[in-house]
Design a protein around this ligand. Structure first.
Ligand code: NDP
Length: 310
């Protein structure tokens, strides 16, 4: 069984103080689930206006600095772009570390880097603070309705303590292994997403040129062994419609696949496909810029082929 038992009510403080740092596209809907009577929520965001707006709409207070958010908190949850961003807000007189209390649990929901997680965990352990890497999947839509999958690396006892917090936005909470295991697993999932997007894009462009309509090709693939979330949901809803909503930035997928490629190199696993996927995501990121959504990668394939999937 992957999921630990919930902690007993008496093992938890009456109203745990939760600090949530990082109100981005997915952090904001995750934090909303913690703005509930059973938690005392503080939010912090680099762009202060977002945290102020959140606190004005929800049961939460707005902290002026990461240190203020972390001071006296039982749980510190981060959801930033990268592990380097998390490390940067630990530092200095206004950083998280200056406010931490021994016995707190630090939950990093960033899709981060396993090696950085181990570094952060060692640093926090010196302060008597436990660390869990807890990246999520399920997208902004899953965050809105609290059905995220949470991939956790770290100790089982710490995970048991953190489960009420993770349960607020997660539906499937899986203990993956030691510190860094959650981030490693998330990065491989993301590499598979990149491969699915790129290979389906190439395939549909070629089929369109061969006279097969993309909608018909997807109908067949989705009833066959090549189907994936990319073919069943992303392409019909976002590519065929040409809607390309911006929910998960390509810049972040590029970062994720880079982590996967690095993880595989560290493990000395020959991985030509994932190394190539990392190069292609990096190329698409350069072509389309910082704000593009990950599914817009298809536009690079279309440009290269001179064919549009619609
Ligand atoms: P966004 O780009 O929407 O938001 C990024 C957040 O990180 C913002 O709050 C931003 O602050 C903050 N931030 C970035 N750099 C720094 C820094 N140096 N110091 C302090 N804060 C910083 O990203 P998402 O919310 O989409 O993603 C957050 C994490 O979750 C990423 O690791 C991503 O890979 C992962 N994820 C995202 C999913 C999605 O569907 N969007 C799905 C699953 C995982 P500011 O507002 O000031 O820019």
């Amino acid at each position: 069984m992957n999921r630990p038992q919930r902690g007993t009510a008496s093992a938890q403080p009456a109203m745990p103080v939760v600090a949530f740092l990082g109100l981005g596209a997915i952090g904001t809907p995750m934090a909303r689930h913690l703005a509930e009577p059973e938690f005392s929520l503080r939010v912090w965001n680099r762009t202060t206006a977002k945290a102020a707006a959140f606190a004005s709409k929800h049961k939460a207070t707005h902290a002026a600095t990461p240190r203020e958010a972390a001071t006296g908190a039982d749980f510190i949850v981060t959801c930033l772009s990268t592990s380097s961003d998390v490390e940067s807000i630990l530092d200095g007189p206004t950083g998280i570390e200056a406010g931490l209390s021994s016995g707190a649990v630090f939950i990093d929901c960033t899709s981060g880097d396993p090696a950085a997680s181990r570094r952060i965990a060692a640093r926090l352990a010196a302060k008597g603070v436990a660390f869990l890497d807890a990246p999520v999947s399920g997208g902004v839509a899953g965050a809105e309705i609290g059905t995220l999958t949470v991939m956790v690396g770290g100790g089982a006892a710490e995970l048991e303590r953190a489960t009420p917090v993770l349960d607020a936005f997660g539906e499937k909470i899986v203990h993956c292994g030691p510190i860094g295991a959650g981030h490693a697993l998330k990065s491989i999932n993301q590499a598979m997403l990149a491969v699915h997007i790129w290979s389906l894009g190439e395939g549909l462009v070629a089929l369109a040129r061969a006279g097969v309509k993309p909608a018909l090709a997807l109908e067949v693939i989705n009833a066959s062994s090549g189907r994936s979330n990319t073919s069943q949901n992303l392409f019909p809803q976002r590519v065929l419609s040409r809607a390309f909503p911006r929910t998960f930035r390509l810049a972040l997928l590029d970062k994720d696949v880079g982590i996967a490629a690095r993880t595989l190199r560290e493990q000395k696993v020959p991985a030509p496909l994932i190394q190539l996927a990392a190069e292609l995501m990096s190329l698409a990121h350069r072509e389309l810029g910082e704000d593009a959504d990950h599914v817009e990668t298809v536009k690079v394939i279309e440009r290269m082929a001179g064919e549009v999937i619609d």
